[in-house]
Design a binder for this molecule. Structure first.
Ligand code: ZN
Length: 450
C-alpha cells in the first residue's frame, strides 16, 4: 500500500477562527468563545483549534470549483449523506418487497488527519453591537463579545490519501496550491481570510521494507517547504479610500488608560494599529442602503430577516426559518497616518442641569488619517445584478461624502464624518451618483428579477 501525506500550512491574514459550541454569559456580557482542544490537566484552557470538518468542507468546495472531477475526493457532502440516509430509511420502512438496494454512502478518499497549531494562537475579543433602524443609533442590550484568533496565526493541515492515482494526485496538488480559503465565522465582516503559505508531500510505500521503516521511524508529517501560487487578483464591489474629517471612534472597551479618574472608551485596534472593524463598515453600508432603497420605493425589510429584499440578498439575513450569508464581505480597515486623541465628555445631570459628579468620561478617537473601505465579492459576481449592487454601495459612499451619515460611535454628536479621498471602483463620479441611481437602473430591479 502506498500512503501519501500532504501538509498544507494556512495563515490567517485577517483575524478570525471557528467558534466554539459553548456560548454564554461571561463577566463582561455575552461571550462567543473560539473553538479549543480540551484543556490539559491543570490548565484552564486548551489550545485553539481548527476543526477538520471545516477544512474538509472548504477543500471540497475549492476542488469542485476549480476541477469538477476532484469534487468527489472528499466523499458525500453532509446533504448527500442525509439524503441517502433518508432514502434508505424510507425503503426500510416501506412494507413492500423491494429488490432495490439503498445507495451506499461514498467515503472520502482524502482524509483530513488533523490540524496542528503552528504559530501564535493568541486571541483577543471584539465587542459587537447592532444598530437600531428606528433611532439610527446603537441598540441597547445587544452587545456581545466575540473571541478571535490574531492575524498571523498559522495551522498545519495534514491530509492522508491511500493508494492515490498519480494523475489525480497531481491534479489535486495543482488545485491545492491555489487554496486561499476563508474559514470560520464572520466571513462577511472580512474575518478568517487565510492564505496557503506552504505545502509539502511525502509518499510511503508500506509494501517495501525501506518504505515501512521510513513510515515507522520518521516524523511523518511532510515539511510544507513548497511555495504555493499567489492569490489571484480580487474583484471589489467597492474600493474607496476615506479621509477622517471629524474624530472617529470605534470600540466599546472601557479602560482607565489615562489614570483611574478618567473613564476612557478606548479605540479598537489590532496590536498597535487603529482599525475600523469590517462589521462597523458593513453596518453603516447596510443601514444606509436600506434607507436608500426605501427612498427609491424599493423593498427593504425592517428586521433583516425577509430574505427577499435587495439588502437581505446583498448583506445576508437570519430569519426564523432560514438564513443565508450575503454576497459580499467587508474587510477590517487599518487607519493610515492615524492621529489619536482623547475627547472628554461630561454627563449632564438631568435634575440640576449641571455636570453630574463622577461622570467625566472620554473617548479615545482617531482625529485624522484615512482608511480604505473595501467590499469584496464572495463569489465571482458579474452581470446586471452585481452592477446594481455595486451602484447601491457607491450611493452609500456618496451619502457618507455628503455627510448624511457617519461611521462609528457618537455620529449624532459629530463623530465619524468622512470624505472620499480616492475611489478606485466607480466608473462614474461619486458626485454624480445620486443622478445615476435615480436613473432607472436600480429602480428597475423588479423587472430584472422577474
Ligand atoms: Zn429583507
Amino acid at each position: 500500500m502506498k500512503v501519501t501525506l500532504i501538509t498544507a500550512r494556512l495563515r490567517f491574514e485577517t483575524a478570525g477562527g471557528v467558534g466554539g459550541t459553548e456560548a454564554g454569559a461571561g463577566e463582561n456580557g455575552y461571550l462567543q468563545p473560539i473553538r479549543r482542544d480540551p484543556a490539559p490537566k491543570g490548565k484552564a484552557k486548551g489550545k485553539v483549534s481548527l476543526p477538520g470538518t471545516t477544512i474538509a468542507g472548504s477543500l471540497r468546495a475549492h476542488c469542485a470549483a476549480f476541477d469538477a472531477g476532484l469534487g468527489d475526493l472528499f466523499g458525500d457532502t453532509p446533504e448527500q449523506l442525509a439524503d441517502k440516509h433518508g432514502k434508505a430509511e424510507a425503503m426500510r420502512r416501506s412494507q413492500k418487497r423491494n429488490d432495490e438496494k439503498p445507495e451506499r454512502a461514498m467515503p472520502s478518499a482524502i482524509q483530513v488527519l488533523g490540524t496542528l497549531l503552528h504559530r501564535r494562537g493568541e486571541t483577543f475579543s471584539h465587542t459587537r453591537n447592532s444598530s437600531d433602524r428606528k433611532r439610527g443609533a446603537a441598540r441597547t442590550h445587544h452587545f456581545h463579545r466575540v473571541e478571535m484568533l490574531e492575524t498571523g496565526t498559522e495551522f498545519d493541515v495534514v491530509l492522508r490519501w491511500d493508494n492515490a492515482d498519480e494523475e489525480l494526485l497531481e491534479r489535486f496538488l495543482d488545485v491545492l496550491k491555489q487554496w486561499h480559503p476563508t474559514l470560520g465565522r464572520g466571513v462577511t465582516r472580512g474575518a478568517g481570510r487565510c492564505s496557503l503559505v506552504g505545502w509539502g508531500r511525502v509518499d510511503y510505500d508500506l509494501d517495501s521494507p525501506d518504505g515501512l521503516m521510513a513510515w515507522l521511524n520518521t516524523e511523518r508529517r511532510p515539511n510544507p517547504a513548497e511555495t504555493p501560487e499567489t492569490r489571484s487578483a480580487e474583484t471589489y464591489a467597492l474600493d474607496v479610500d476615506l479621509s477622517i474629517v471629524d474624530a472617529i471612534h470605534c470600540g466599546t472597551e472601557l479602560n482607565s488608560v489615562n489614570g483611574p479618574k478618567h473613564n476612557t472608551l478606548t479605540a479598537f485596534r489590532h496590536g498597535e494599529e487603529f482599525v475600523v472593524p469590517g462589521s462597523t463598515l458593513k453596518g453603516v453600508l447596510r443601514s444606509r442602503a436600506e434607507y436608500i432603497c426605501r427612498v427609491l420605493g424599493l423593498l427593504a425589510c425592517k428586521d433583516q430577516q425577509c430574505g427577499e429584499c435587495r439588502p437581505c440578498l446583498l448583506f445576508g439575513f437570519a430569519g426564523e426559518e432560514n438564513a443565508r450569508r450575503g454576497r459580499i464581505a467587508v474587510d477590517d480597515a487599518v487607519i493610515e497616518d492615524a492621529q489619536p486623541d482623547f475627547r472628554p465628555h461630561v454627563a449632564i445631570d438631568r435634575f440640576t442641569g449641571g455636570a453630574r459628579d463622577q461622570a467625566l468620561y472620554e473617548h479615545e478617537v482617531v482625529a485624522a488619517g484615512w482608511f480604505p473601505m473595501r467590499v469584496r465579492w464572495l463569489g465571482t459576481e458579474t452581470g446586471a445584478e452585481a452592477a446594481q449592487d455595486a451602484r447601491l454601495l457607491h450611493a452609500v459612499v456618496a451619502d457618507l461624502d455628503a455627510r448624511y451619515v457617519g461611521i462609528g460611535a457618537r455620529t449624532t454628536a459629530g463623530f465619524g464624518t468622512v470624505a472620499v479621498r480616492e475611489c478606485r471602483s466607480a466608473t462614474f463620479e461619486v458626485s454624480e451618483l445620486a443622478g445615476v441611481l435615480r436613473d432607472p437602473v436600480i429602480a428597475s430591479t423588479e423587472d430584472v428579477n422577474a
